[in-house]
Design a protein around this ligand. Structure first.
Ligand code: CDP
Length: 790
């Protein structure tokens, strides 16, 4: 885990740099407080009965034996919910999803009934007493068959629905792309699947719902990445007045997109509390989390790349079939049904590009969430970075050279892509050069040549990615009509200590530290003097939450802006204190002083005390030292990076070993470089897991084959190399402190580097492409029956 030997430009971090995380005190001592730690007087426990079938009509549900269980307080079915008009709830993508099934079950693990009992064991026992008669139907498991004329219609609940098509979407200029392709010397094409994977957070999902029968106020402690959006959805679903709902998101053991949507279990806990008059806790187990909560990816992609003979990339043409499961439960800004997949043109200067994408229903769990990715960018980056490698192979050109020849140049920024996105800033060649130097690329190629002569399989894989993170702006991006802007409030107490209230919700990324650092930098007070409050709708201003690496680009900007507002307010108070015109004051970190007389000044703490005192305050200053803001970002931020992966493949076992991995990231100004590096380490491990070992598999009946960590593998330190990180710094020109998001960069950029490396290792076998995950079995099969070409 060293950065020392990666000779790249180091950032000049703001305010206190790599200070240890404030959160470590409680996390490392086991004092974190998660949803499952919450216990309320008289609390009951809920459990969900789930469908064993992928597709079946419900003939009958008999709950009488469960109701008779001595410890059971309520058994809720879809029929009960129909009476409350709660059997269906809106998804975040303008579809509806069954809370508890009424007519049919549409995926294995779908929620069918909810038992509320005195303890968790009794609730689980009572599930066994519910008798459901199913009439099995043929399932749609393979997305490529979902639109066949004879495919069973999954969503017959939607009036007029005659097939499994959800939407068709396209971007780019088809005619211009066709003409670019017509005059290209070379067209390389490749089919590829980004398989269904799962965010698999450390803590599963859950909720404790407490409806106060006296005040009519509902409090829901829950695993959510977006507490305010959840509150609004509860108000819409349950018809409860929004001010009578409080959503609290305590400590969260990772989210990665898995905790953006609302799950039936949360709604059932709320209904359970309403019908029993007691608090109800529901926490799912690991299998439930893997089987029924939001998955990610599942994109079947066909890409074509056009170029000149000497390696000038001209255009891209893409067709995608997106498997969205049984309900369209993706979480994307409304106007982008395929998320930000439109950024598939990557980091290259193209003349034209076009993409068509069709979303389909299948009998699988709903989702398609942005798993550690800004709305489908991971799929887009994988597509273009695989295509560039395929093209390099067809041209007989080194993939590093091909990339270098086509990367956007610094003078092209701000750059408008062929699909209309405006990249804010970048110096791509510098970053690629830094990665190649750190990896000793030329020496690696020479080593590879020698090893190949000895029949050894060594591969070198590159990827260069551009992300688009920090959704809004509000006018382009909303979820359920809620614009993607974030509020922030900052209050300085009389003694100079401050509290910053934010709408985003940390899941382990260290917001309590980094957001305090932003305020500390702007006001010149120590970060330890800034308390960051988040995750409680009664305590924080409205905002759309944390996903798609949007916290720093949006709420980080809000924190800087609100601190600057407070500083300007402080200037006015200081002018009254020092009896000078506000314009006659200069600012140095932490204090205002009279121009030309540095001895005459006041610190933020002195100003805060004065703002609460009997001082005659100037016109327009009511008193106290505080401010609020709503930050509506002018654009997304565009972090980028260059990754180099080196693998060795055992020719006897087909086992892939990642020998070295160099990651040079550019996320603009780094607030806390240590936290940034931690984010990158985690993302790289995630990416390696997807590339080499993870897939949510189903059999032909729609049975889920990855319901535990014995089957769905997570990478450990045993599989990960010692990551070597480097950085370049290209500040975002529109972000108040020049920062870009970074939380997901490594997950986005790394799978392509690993896959490119494995395919490169197998080049002597004539392998052109392999789909993830590249397990030993997949690699072994690819090596069979092909002549070893040295
Ligand atoms: O939205 P999310 O918090 O997942 O992602 P992010 O905004 O990229 O931030 C992840 C963590 O890295 C936060 O603690 C950020 O404040 C920190 N960070 C940083 O220190 N400097 C940056 N340029 C970007 C993020």
């Amino acid at each position: 885990m060293t950065t020392a030997d990666v000779p790249t430009q180091r950032s000049n971090p703001i305010g206190y740099g790599s200070m240890p995380r404030k959160e470590d005190e409680r996390f490392l001592r086991g004092h974190g407080r998660y949803v499952d730690d919450i216990t309320l007087p008289g609390m009951l426990h809920g459990a969900v009965l789930r469908s064993p079938h992928a597709h079946a009509r419900i003939v009958s549900i008999d709950t009488s034996a469960a109701q008779a269980h001595p410890k059971v307080r309520a058994v809720i079915t879809g029929h009960t919910l129909e009476g409350l008009n709660l059997a269906w709830m809106p998804t975040l993508s303008h579809d509806v999803q069954a809370v508890l099934a009424t007519d049919k079950v549409r995926f294995q693990g779908q929620e069918v009934a909810f038992v509320v009992a005195e303890d968790r064991y009794a609730a689980r026992d009572a599930l066994e007493l519910i008798d459901v008669e199913y009439d099995p139907l043929p399932p749609v498991v393979d997305a490529t068959r979902a639109l066949d004329a004879d495919a069973p219609v999954i969503r017959d609940d939607i009036e007029g629905r005659a097939d499994n098509r959800i939407f068709d979407w396209e971007t780019g200029d088809a005619a211009a792309t066709d003409s670019v392709f017509a005059r290209a010397d070379v067209v390389a094409a490749q089919d590829m699947l980004y398989p269904r994977v799962h965010p698999a957070p450390m803590e599963t999902c859950g909720a404790v719902a407490d409806m106060d029968p006296v005040t009519g106020k509902l409090t829901v402690w829950t695993t959510t990445q977006a507490p305010h959006a959840h509150r609004t959805v509860y108000a819409l679903v349950a018809g409860l007045p929004e001010h009578k709902i409080r959503v609290v998101s305590p400590d969260i053991g990772g989210g990665f997109g898995n905790k953006v949507g609302i799950y039936p279990g949360y709604v059932c806990a709320v209904v359970g509390s309403i019908v029993t008059g007691k608090p109800v806790k529901w926490v799912e187990d690991r299998s439930e989390n893997l089987m029924s909560t939001s998955f990610a990816r599942d994109y079947h992609m066909h890409g074509e790349i056009a170029a000149t003979r000497d390696g000038r990339i001209l255009g891209l043409r893409v067709k995608v079939l997106a498997d969205h499961g049984a309900f369209n439960g993706t979480a994307q800004p409304s106007k982008f049904p395929a998320g930000f997949f439109g950024v598939f043109t990557g980091s290259y200067d193209l003349q034209a590009a076009h993409c068509e994408l069709t979303g389909v229903y299948t009998n699988k769990a709903p989702g398609g969430v942005a798993y550690a990715c800004s709305f489908r960018i991971t799929e887009a980056v994988y597509l273009v970075e695989r295509l560039v490698d395929v093209l390099a192979r067809d041209l007989g050109m080194d993939p590093a050279e091909l990339r270098m020849r086509n990367l956007l140049r610094p003078e092209q920024f701000p750059y408008r892509s062929a699909t209309g996105w405006e990249y804010d800033s970048g110096d791509y060649p510098r970053t690629l050069r830094a990665a190649l130097e750190a990896a000793h690329y030329d020496e690696l190629r020479e080593e590879q040549r020698q090893r190949r002569e000895r029949g050894e399989l060594m591969g070198i894989g590159l990827s260069f990615f551009t992300e688009a993170v920090g959704a809004g702006p509000r006018k382009h991006m909303d979820i359920l009509g809620l614009g993607m802007a974030d509020g922030a409030e900052l209050r300085v107490h009389p003694t100079g200590k401050a509290v910053l209230r934010l709408s985003v919700q940390t899941q382990g990324q260290g917001h309590e530290t980094t957001f305090a650092q932003i305020v500390a930098e702007e006001l010149g007070i120590p970060p330890d003097d800034v308390d960051v409050v988040h995750g409680d709708t009664d305590q924080t201003p409205y905002g759309l939450g944390t996903y798609g690496s949007r916290s720093t680009p949006v709420s980080g900007a809000a924190a800087a802006v609100v601190a600057r507002k407070v500083r300007e307010r402080a200037r006015l108070v200081a002018s009254a204190m020092l009896e000078v015109d506000p314009g006659d004051l200069d600012w140095e970190k932490g204090r205002f002083f009279v121009k030309g007389d540095p001895t005459s000044g006041a610190t933020i703490a002195e100003i805060a005390m004065a703002a609460h005192s009997d001082l005659d305050l100037p016109e327009g200053v009511e008193g106290h030292l505080d401010a609020q803001t709503v930050y509506n970002p002018p654009n997304l931020t565009y972090p980028f990076g260059a990754y180099v992966c080196v693998v060795d493949v055992d020719p006897d076992t087909a086992q892939v070993k990642v020998r070295d991995f160099v990651a040079v990231d550019d996320c603009g100004v780094r607030i806390n470089p240590m936290i940034v590096e931690g984010q990158i380490h985690g993302g790289l491990a995630d990416g390696l897991g997807m590339a080499l070992m993870q897939v949510m598999a189903f059999d032909e009946d729609g049975n889920h084959l990855g319901g535990s960590f014995m089957d769905y593998l997570l990478p450990t330190t045993m599989e990960c190399p010692s990551w070597r990180l480097g950085e370049t710094v290209t500040p975002s020109p529109h972000h108040p402190i020049g920062a870009k998001g970074v939380g997901e960069s490594a997950t986005v950029g790394s799978p392509a580097a690993v896959v490119n490396a494995v395919v490169d290792a197998l080049a002597p076998y004539g392998v052109r492409h392999l789909d993830m995950p590249m397990t030993p079995a997949v690699v072994w099969r690819a090596m069979q029956g092909r002549p070893l070409r040295t």
